[in-house]
Design a binder for this molecule. Structure first.
Ligand code: CUA
Length: 425
């Protein structure tokens, strides 16, 4: 026993240590739930875990006791021969039955607690799994976003989930899941399709939580990630407002557009009022315009409104102020094939095949978790998505993808489009 004690102590201390560290530094741990759903599931886990650990310790103790107390010695007599022991048999039938009740009752209770009907005031969000990204629709606010689910804290959130292609699985470890996201079945005469899966939770702590697809769904399954931003009610309401208007326009142009203006939105009809123009211009630093006299305020405004076109034969000669690059990127984006798949609220872009890009610059990742959201990664992504996320169903500038032809954008156009997208926040 004395020889075994150190290793037993080591085992116990490492188990305890693992328990203490389970939270810190692991963003996808289920052991630090932030929703009532997560807490219920975690409680069921710990209840079961504690009972089974207790059983294990008792069994190990009895085995060790029997092995040492009744071990064979040189002069051991023949052990007493017995056949059955009614008291013991009753005990080891009843005790496990009681333990099963202590595990089973809270578990069944948890199943019912997590399958409740959503209350009237719940925020309803439609979750649609795609290869390989997540779409989130808020019918209540007429908002669509992708790969980042915004939810208010302390208000029940009711997800209705389905898939546009294959089976995915929705999982945000600190909030809840996993729950399968199934494709809609083929419509049959007189049969109401009921394939949506539901998830109801209330997030209690504001924060940024990571999640991902938890069911193998094809080549880029591992990069089908998402973030959840749980915000206080006021912050959530502010986000909803920004999403509805397409976010503050970095170009200083008024956010409201005339959809009939089509793809070429930067035009004379959008000359901003004086206030808007002033907001747009301060980023212009005269030193950046090499070899030219410092532009006047009026020239700067002109520059802000009508940037030099990019493309073959007309490269940028000097670094351009961000705002000009962003504006140019917006013009290129809206006149490119990008808008056949992508939508941006407040613009003419209304495609729905790919992720919505409304306020995409505020998301932490490019390509549903493929890379961090910055200009360099966006450029790499737009130029050749395959190099950033193998399997992705999006064409690059020179490569076809997802059955679509290459976009044909030049490197300079890609830089401008990336600057524009990054500015959407
Ligand atoms: Cu979607 Cu794995």
């Amino acid at each position: 026993m004395r020889r075994l004690a150190p290793s037993l102590a080591l085992l116990i201390s490492s188990l305890v240590g693992a328990g203490c560290e389970a939270g810190a530094g692991y963003p996808q741990t289920t052991f630090r739930p932030v929703s009532e759903f997560g807490r219920i599931v975690n409680d069921v886990f710990y209840n079961t875990f504690n009972w089974t650990m207790g059983i294990m310790l008792v069994v190990i103790a009895l085995i060790l006791f029997a092995a040492f107390r009744f071990r064979e010695r040189p002069d051991s007599p023949e052990p007493a021969q017995i056949h059955g022991n009614t008291k013991l048999e009753i005990a080891w039938t009843i005790v496990p039955a009681i333990i099963v009740v202590f595990i089973g009752v809270p578990t069944i209770q948890a199943v019912f607690d997590t399958q409740r009907e959503p209350p009237e005031d719940a925020l309803r969000v439609e979750v649609i799994g795609h290869q390989w990204w997540w779409e989130f629709r808020y019918p209540e606010y007429d908002i669509v976003t992708a790969n980042e689910l915004w939810v208010p804290t302390d208000r029940p959130v009711s997800l209705a989930m389905r898939s546009a292609d294959v089976i995915h699985s929705f999982w945000i470890p600190r909030i809840g899941g996993k729950r399968d996201v199934n494709p809609l079945p083929r419509r049959r005469e007189g049969v109401e399709p009921k394939h949506d899966n539901y998830l109801l939770f209330t997030v209690e702590e504001p924060g940024l939580y990571l999640g991902q697809c938890a069911e193998y769904c094809g080549e880029a399954h591992a990069i089908m990630r998402m973030t959840v931003r749980a915000a206080e009610q006021d912050d959530f309401a502010a986000w909803v407002e920004r999403m509805r208007s397409g976010g503050p326009q970095t170009t200083g142009l008024p956010p409201a557009r005339d959809p009939s203006a089509g793809a070429l939105v930067v035009g004379a009809e959008q000359v901003p009022d004086q206030e808007g123009g002033e907001r747009a211009v301060p980023a212009v630093a005269p030193a950046q315009v090499v070899g030219a006299p410092a532009p006047s305020q009026a020239q700067q405004q002109q520059c802000g409104q009508r940037p030099a076109p990019t493309g073959a034969g007309n490269p940028f000669r000097a670094p351009l102020p961000d705002v000009v690059l962003q504006q140019e990127g917006e013009r290129i984006f809206l006149s490119s094939s990008c808008i056949t798949c992508h939508a941006i609220a407040g613009t003419a872009a209304a495609g729905s095949v790919g992720p919505s890009l409304t306020m995409v610059g505020s998301r932490p990742w490019v390509g549903a978790g493929a890379a961090a959201m910055d200009h360099e990664n966006l450029v790499a992504w737009i130029r050749d998505p395959e190099s950033v996320k193998p399997g992705t169903l999006m064409p690059g500038t020179r490569t076809a993808g997802g059955g679509l032809p290459p976009t044909g954008l030049t490197d300079q156009e890609v830089r401008a489009v990336a600057a524009y997208l990054l500015s959407l926040k």
